[in-house]
Design a protein around this ligand. Structure first.
Ligand code: COA
Length: 182
């Protein structure tokens, strides 16, 4: 089911999911608000990218760049005074890319109520060398049933991303061949 099997690079020893799993926590202040007075979605997206980038760097053992961010979902508004926790882990690895899954939780900074999930996202990072070229990553080793489910779901998203890119490229090539200009 995985296309890791087709990796052209020499085999690299795998790394456990827990080895790079990371939580980034931040209290939201008045500087983070939008015109409605709640926290700006872009502030949350920056935290998501930061946490996922740390995970990708830890897993791959070096620099990694954001290739794509998809399915960023905001479930509830985040408010000033919320303590936001951004939890990220590697769900899947290819040859040089990694899918990082992120969950965003929020709780009042000064109350002992349980944290509530307010968002989630999936990002693809590519590990790069000093010239910015893709470099191989260690295969991720899922440890729990939840990790295995996330790995299987990530493979479904990977298949859909590739199919969507291919279909759009083919459509553009077809329109160009027919001499259609946008
Ligand atoms: C991401 C990047 C390194 C890919 O380089 P490339 O020359 O296109 O290399 P490849 O086509 O071999 O892609 C490398 C891997 O990334 C994956 N990838 C590339 N673009 C992708 C995208 N848009 N979505 C998902 N995966 C992507 C490929 O599938 C491949 O995965 P694999 O090696 O596991 O099979 C390059 O496009 C880049 O540097 N982009 C800018 C990244 C950046 O600066 N991010 C911060 C934005 S400010």
């Amino acid at each position: 089911m995985t296309d890791q099997a087709n990796r052209p690079y020499p085999a690299i020893e795998g790394k456990l999911t827990s080895a790079s799993r990371t939580t980034l926590s931040h209290i939201m202040t008045g500087n983070d608000t939008n015109l409605l007075g709640t926290v700006h979605g872009g502030v949350i997206m920056k935290l998501v990218d930061d946490a996922a980038g740390a995970v990708a760097g830890r897993h791959s053992g070096g620099p990694a760049v954001t290739a794509s961010m998809d399915e960023m979902v905001f479930l509830e508004p985040v408010r000033v005074g919320d303590l936001v926790h951004v939890k990220a882990q590697v769900n899947w690895t290819g040859r040089s890319s990694m899918e990082v899954g992120v969950r965003v939780l929020a709780e009042r900074w000064n109350e002992s109520t349980p944290a509530q999930q307010v968002g989630s996202a999936y990002l693809v990072f590519a590990a790069v060398d000093g010239d910015g070229k893709p470099r191989p990553v260690p295969p991720v080793i899922p440890e729990t049933e939840r990790d295995r489910r996330r790995n299987q779901e990530a493979q479904i998203r990977r298949t859909h991303r590739l199919a969507r890119r291919r279909a759009i490229r083919e459509l553009r090539e077809q329109r160009a061949a027919e001499g259609i200009e946008d």
